[in-house]
Design a protein around this ligand. Structure first.
Ligand SMILES: [Zn+2]
Length: 340
C-alpha cells in the first residue's frame, strides 16, 4: 500500500509500505477513506520534534476490511471513525473518560501512520466507532474532523466548562481553536470571543459561532478580553496553541474561579508558577480523550447539527501529501484533507 513517510524535517514522501495485517485478536484492519494533515504534524516537519523515516498521520475514517476473533462491536464493511489515541475503553482510566491515557493506550502517530491506504487498529472495539450506515460523501470531512480536531476542540471546551451563560475566549485560530469555537457554541455558551489576526479564519470563526473577535495578543489581548467582560476576564478559556505566550494569554484572560482547557501540544514550555498560583483558575489539558466524545459527535454530524468539515480548506490526493504539508507550514491552508 501507499503511505506517507517523513524521512527528515521538510522531507515528506509517499512510498510503498507493507500492507497491515491482523496480529492480535482485538485488531481491525481498515481501508482508509480519508485522512488529513494535523498542525502537530508540522512540529517534526519544522524539526522541533525528532523525525526519522516516521510513519505520518493519526486522523482517519475508513471501512473495516478485516477483524480479529475478539472484535465484538464492529463488522467487515462498517464505516468507522477512530480516535488518534488507541484505547481499550474498558480500563479504570478509560471508564473515567480519559481514553487518551488508557493503560493499554498508544498513539496512532508514528506507530501506525494513517496517511496511508490502510491501517491496523489495535483494540478496535475501544478505539473505533461505527457510523449508523455508509455516510453521504459530503459528511466525510466532518466525520474525519471528529477523529482529532473536533474531538480536541470539544474536549477543550468541556475542560474550560463552556456552557449556557458563559463567556468563552479561544486562544489560537488554527483548526483546533476553530473547533473549540464550534464546540462552545454547541454547548450553549452565551458569548464566544475568538482571538485571531487572520481575516479568513475570523470569517470561519464567526460561521462556527464566534460573537466577538480580538486581534491583539499578549498583554493587549488580555486587556481586550477584560474590556469585553467588565474587567473580570472570561469564564472559560480554550488554549489551542501550546506556547508559553499562548498559555500566559489564556491564564491572563481567565477570571478567578474560571476554567482553562489547554490542548495545544507543549514543547519545553515553562510557566511562572507565581502567576499561575495567583490566577486562581482551574486547569485541565492534555491529549484529548476523543473516544469519549465520538458517539455524540458522530450523532451530531450524522443529523447535520454541526458542520466541522468546513475547517478543511484544501483537498489533495494522498500522492500530493508533500504539497499539503508545505501549504499548512506556510499557513496557506488551515487544514488539508487527503483523499484516497
Ligand atoms: Zn483503557
Amino acid at each position: 500500500m501507499r503511505g506517507v513517510v517523513m524521512y527528515a524535517p521538510g522531507d515528506v514522501r509517499v512510498v510503498e509500505r507493507e500492507d497491515p495485517q491482523i496480529i492480535d485478536p482485538t485488531d481491525a484492519v481498515i481501508r482508509i477513506t480519508a485522512t488529513c494533515i494535523c498542525g502537530s504534524d508540522l512540529w517534526p516537519y519544522r524539526g522541533v520534534e525528532p523525525v526519522d523515516h516516521t510513519l505520518m498521520g493519526h486522523e482517519y475514517v475508513g471501512i473495516v476490511e478485516e477483524i480479529g476473533a475478539d472484535v465484538a462491536t464492529l463488522k467487515v464493511g462498517d464505516f468507522v471513525v477512530g480516535s488518534f489515541c488507541i484505547s481499550d475503553n474498558t480500563c479504570p482510566i478509560c471508564r473515567d473518560g480519559y481514553q487518551s491515557r488508557c493503560v493499554h493506550g498508544s498513539f496512532v502517530a508514528g506507530a501506525i501512520g494513517t496517511q496511508a491506504e490502510k491501517a491496523r487498529i489495535p483494540y478496535a472495539d475501544g478505539t473505533l466507532v461505527a457510523t449508523p450506515g455508509q455516510p453521504d460523501e459530503d459528511l466525510i470531512p466532518s466525520l474525519l474532523a471528529a477523529s482529532d480536531v473536533l474531538g480536541t476542540g470539544w474536549f477543550a471546551a468541556i475542560a474550560a466548562a463552556a456552557g449556557p451563560g458563559k463567556t468563552v475566549a479561544v486562544v489560537g485560530d488554527g483548526a483546533v481553536g476553530l473547533m473549540g469555537v464550534l464546540a462552545a457554541k454547541q454547548l450553549g455558551a452565551e458569548r464566544i470571543i475568538a482571538m485571531s489576526r487572520h481575516a479568513d479564519r475570523q470569517t470561519l470563526a464567526r460561521e462556527f459561532g464566534a460573537t466577538d473577535i480580538v486581534e491583539t495578543r499578549g498583554d493587549d489581548g488580555i486587556a481586550a478580553i477584560k474590556d469585553l467582560t467588565d474587567g473580570l476576564g472570561a469564564h472559560s478559556v480554550i488554549e489551542a496553541v501550546g506556547t508559553r505566550e499562548s498559555m500566559m494569554q489564556a491564564i491572563g484572560s481567565t477570571r478567578p474561579g474560571g476554567h482553562i482547557g489547554f490542548v495545544g501540544v507543549a514543547h519545553d514550555v515553562a510557566l511562572p508558577l507565581d502567576n499561575v498560583f495567583f490566577a486562581e483558575v482551574h486547569l485541565l489539558g492534555g491529549p484529548a480523550p476523543v473516544r469519549r466524545f465520538l458517539p455524540e459527535l458522530i450523532d451530531l454530524i450524522w443529523n447535520r447539527k454541526i458542520d466541522p468539515g468546513k475547517v478543511f480548506d484544501q483537498v489533495l490526493p494522498l500522492d500530493q501529501a508533500a504539497e499539503g504539508y508545505r501549504s499548512m507550514d506556510e499557513r496557506k491552508a488551515i487544514k488539508t484533507l487527503l483523499t484516497l
